[in-house]
Write a protein that binds this ligand. Structure first.
Ligand code: PLP
Length: 394
């Protein structure tokens, strides 16, 4: 995703302000920093832009997920329902929490299928981790309803969907906690970074302490802070936050460019009988970071992905064979391979992991190709791309 395409003068200016102050850490050094708090500034701006009570920035999207799970009280032995089309981080963070990942199927939204989620609920289920993949939304209203009915915690991973909305509300703000990533290949980037979004004061209080070794951050003297619980160091540096402040100011422009490019390609391909587009519960809210489409069969999709690449149409992902985003190639996770033994291995509740059979997800992902939408394409390049895609896909 394309935030990095727009790194420029504003990012340089923001970072220079931090360098000039000499204070690179987000906490303490009050006198030296001359009133400059870039992490706080980014948090205030994120909270305003996402219309949420609290945004807490941290060192990565993975750290945000880890923090959100902890702050929502997800721990040893708790079952967490999540999709098999996601990023390995979601699974890893559930495992490191000592919790038990349970896969439910995806549907044509490329996100969790509410019907399958409802079937996967057991007395041990504590949370549903919804991942809004490839720039757009899951059926978040139906998933929320299931969570309400079964008294489950909904956590959203909106790492790939910054700026996308469902019926006007930002993705990442429906659940008890929502997570963003600002790594180098996200819609907006800090180089590395992430955020937890929440309206829940308790989740926020726990999250901000968890990302800083449990510091309660109540007093002016960091050395005298209380530690109500343990945590880790997931702090974001002021340098990273400075880049984030600049990038957030570009978010609307990024979304606008993506949406314009995608509309040209989607409209141009719409007549082809050989493909159908990913289902979007609210097309107006798509952040348009990807154009995802389904071919009639797995074989045709695999051939099309190869042919598109050979025709010079770059940035087309055939996720089914990808070892970061789809469960088929996650043998290291299913076998709980880890330098040190994981709690879920020790206590024997990871045994089901290799046994998941997900025919509905396989049937959908086997047919799906997602193409990246880039920001710096000229109109001519978009038209050329469309022409090549049409000739391959027809
Ligand atoms: C869906 C999803 N969740 C979480 C992450 C993890 O984010 P980070 O790389 O910032 O740790 C990613 C990163 O690619 C992602 O795509």
């Amino acid at each position: 995703m394309p935030g990095f395409e727009f790194i420029g003068e504003e990012e340089r200016r923001q970072v220079q302000e931090v360098i000039d102050s000499g204070v690179l850490m987000r906490y303490g050094f009050d006198g030296a920093r001359n009133g400059q708090w870039k992490c706080r500034e980014l948090e205030q701006q994120l909270a305003a832009r996402f219309e949420v009570r609290h945004a807490h920035v941290c060192s990565s999207g993975t750290a945000a997920l880890t923090t959100a799970l902890a702050a929502c009280g997800i721990g040893a032995g708790d079952e967490v329902i999540l999709p098999p089309f996601t990023f390995v981080a979601d699974l890893e963070t559930v495992l490191f929490a000592g919790a038990v990942p349970v896969f439910a199927e995806i549907d044509e939204t490329l996100c969790l299928d509410p019907t399958s989620v409802a079937k996967a609920v057991t007395p041990k289920t504590k949370a549903v981790l919804v991942v809004h993949m490839c720039g757009a939304m899951a059926k978040i209203d139906a998933l929320l309803e299931i969570c309400r009915t079964h008294r489950l915690t909904l956590i959203e991973d909106a790492a790939q969907a910054a700026g996308a909305t469902f019926r006007g509300r930002m993705l990442g703000t429906f659940g008890r906690a929502g997570c963003l990533s600002f790594d180098y290949v996200k819609t907006m980037t800090c180089g590395e970074g992430g955020a937890v979004l929440t309206d829940d004061n308790d989740v926020y209080r726990l999250a901000q302490a968890y990302t800083d070794h449990g510091h309660d951050h109540l007093g002016a003297d960091r050395g005298a802070d209380g530690h109500p619980h343990i945590g880790l160091n997931f702090r974001l540096s002021e340098l990273h936050a400075a880049v984030g402040v600049a990038q957030l100011s570009r978010l609307d422009h990024i979304l606008d460019v993506q949406r314009r490019h995608k509309a040209v390609l989607k409209d141009g391909l719409a007549g082809l009988r050989s493909l159908e587009f990913r289902a979007l519960p609210d097309p107006a809210g798509d952040s348009a970071t990807f154009l995802s489409f389904l071919l009639p069969t797995e074989n045709e999709a695999r051939l099309a992905a190869k042919a598109l690449s050979e025709a010079g149409v770059d940035g087309c992902f055939y996720w089914y064979d990808n070892n970061w985003h789809y469960h088929r190639k996650w043998d290291h996770i299913k076998s709980l391979a880890s330098p040190g033994r994981l709690a879920i291995d020790r206590f024997g509740y990871g045994a089901e992991l290799p046994k998941f059979h997900l025919p509905q997800s396989d049937a959908i992902m086997g047919r799906t190709i997602s193409m990246l939408i880039k920001l710096r394409w000229t109109q001519q390049q978009v038209s050329d791309r469309l022409a090549r895609m049409k000739s391959v896909l027809a």
